[in-house]
Design a protein. Structure first.
Length: 279
């Protein structure tokens, strides 16, 4: 059974654990591995954001820089240009909280001022030393994700001796940093970072061992949607990846995830609702 938490955001609170929450992904990038730049046009992105809410998501995660294998960092100004029109438009029209997927403190602060309530940081504050204080100052909710290496070497890491233990230890250190910066305990969600700095079998081990991370005492977000480790376990075509994603979503919920981060919101809502009843 999952522990129940209240995730406190600037203008909302979300009960986590009674029902699996869905974070809908909205990539405003030209090079996303999953949407092939479909929502790089801000008008299409805004329309998709509204659709994500209608399909049953509990929050929308807007990202302006792809972190897929082979991707490169973009200038801060370009990331801001991509995400801000979408954040501003959706903050004015949707009722569910908006998350900004960024590791840059300046981008996060602008997005929060424009109406975002959550910062989803793939580096857990490692890439920008100002991020922790920005989150504390604004009172935003935060997702702290485990990853390894620099922005440039995220997907070029050596194998870990014990992936589950190393991820847990790293997240514990990040939580210490968050508390030292003055971030409220009730504002924090942790993410073990499936696919980031992890070989396929390491990602599988982490997914199977979510109970270990639950012992840290914070809600868990898990993002497996369309990731490459699924392709290595299936035939590799699009249908296989979709069904593989579905299997990992169910596994994540049964192993203790409070939030699942997904591309296919409508399908994930059904999977989560049914799995919640079964569990």
């Amino acid at each position: 059974m999952r522990n129940v938490y209240t995730w406190n955001l600037p203008r909302a609170s979300i009960r986590l654990g009674e029902r699996t929450a869905i974070m809908g992904i909205l990539n405003v990038t030209p090079d996303s591995f999953s949407e092939s730049g479909e929502y790089f046009d801000s008008h299409k992105a805004i329309a998709r954001g509204r659709q994500i809410e209608q399909e049953g998501a509990d929050m929308i995660d807007i990202g302006g820089e792809s972190s897929r294998p082979g991707s490169s960092a973009i200038p801060e100004e370009e990331e801001t240009r991509r995400v801000m029109p979408v954040v501003e438009a959706l903050a004015a029209t949707v009722r569910i909280p908006i998350s900004i997927d960024t590791y840059r403190a300046a981008v996060a602060e602008r997005a929060i001022r424009a109406g975002a309530q959550i910062v989803n940081d793939i580096s857990a504050f490692r890439f920008d030393g100002k991020m922790a204080l920005t989150v504390a100052k604004t009172g935003a909710g935060v997702v702290m994700m485990h990853s390894r290496g620099s922005r440039e070497t995220l997907h070029q890491q050596s194998r870990m001796t014990n992936a589950v233990r190393e991820v847990a230890d790293s997240l514990a250190g990040s939580l210490t940093d968050a508390r030292a910066a003055g971030i409220a305990t009730e504002a924090i969600v942790i993410d073990p970072g499936i696919g980031f700095g992890k070989a396929a079998e390491e990602s599988v081990a982490v997914l199977k061992s979510l109970a270990v991370f639950s012992k840290l005492g914070y809600p868990l977000l898990v993002g497996t949607s369309r990731k490459s480790f699924i392709r290595l376990m299936t035939s590799g075509d699009l249908d296989a990846r979709a069904w593989g994603t579905a299997a990992t979503i169910v596994a994540a919920i049964m192993n203790g995830a409070h939030i699942v981060r997904v591309h296919d919101v409508r399908q994930a809502r059904v999977l989560a609702d049914v799995t919640d009843r079964l569990v």
